[in-house]
Design a protein around this ligand. Sequence first.
Ligand SMILES: Cc1cc2nc3c(=O)[nH]c(=O)nc-3n(C[C@H](O)[C@H](O)[C@H](O)COP(=O)(O)O)c2cc1C
Length: 263
Amino acid sequence: MKILMINGSPHKGNTWRLTEKVKELMETLDNTVIFEEIHLSELDIPFCTGCSVCFRKGHIFCPHNQYIQPIMDKIAGCDGIIFAVSCFQGAVPALTKNFTDHLAFLLHRPRYFDKKALIISTTGGVSANSVTQSLASTLSGWGFNKCYQLPIVALSWNDYKPSEKHIKKAYKISKEFYIDLKSKKLHSPKIGVLIPFNLFQAMCEEYAPGTEYATKDGVFWKQYVGMRYAPGIPLPIYKRVLGKLIYQIGKYLSQKMIVTYKK
Ligand SMILES: Cc1cc2nc3c(=O)[nH]c(=O)nc-3n(C[C@H](O)[C@H](O)[C@H](O)COP(=O)(O)O)c2cc1C
């Protein structure tokens, strides 16, 4: 089993120390797990310029693709990721936001349907849960099958030592994450991810090659025609019906709301 640890904080502080503890706990469950680390602070990824080339032409044309593609490949090549993010002003640090901005196109063209994540955040006093929840909804939008969360109130500036209580909590979540990864079980998607999957699919015709505002979406969704979610992911009948309904709403809206761009 391969786990990619992404440090989305600008230093190896409280959150990274807790993340290393989680790694240690997982090693007690299975010492064959292979962990790989990425520290975003070491990669010097330039700021996303908002050029929208990833949405329109495809992410391989991103001016920063040489930084982003290797990370995407590592995510594709692992079973799960552990994402460590500090809580800065109730939100993810700018470093992580910059990274996720570069991958925002994944909300239009999701993948990673068999990947699972554990998101860890520490905060001085409040909002670690807002941080893990917001990153969990981003990763789910990218296609991630399940996101576990470990938000912790550290009450410290860079001097946090996990208490017995926090270690117990970390062990419980790490164990659930590990067992789920090991089982390779895929979970049915939440309604919140059925919506973009079916809306974007329905709207893709308006952006097909040869149309006035052709985009990469117009090509991407061809592989999912008639599918209410990605193949291989369990989808109960009521979610299929709901997916179809969302798809039909998307079809209706697509003719009224064309997204333009400067040519
Ligand atoms: C720039 C900055 C912003 C912060 N914002 C908050 C905050 O909004 N709420 C809070 O309770 N603590 C806040 N803190 C405290 C950190 O969340 C806390 O020390 C956390 O454990 C830092 O994790 P790290 O050491 O992994 O970076 C902030 C700290 C910094 C440096």
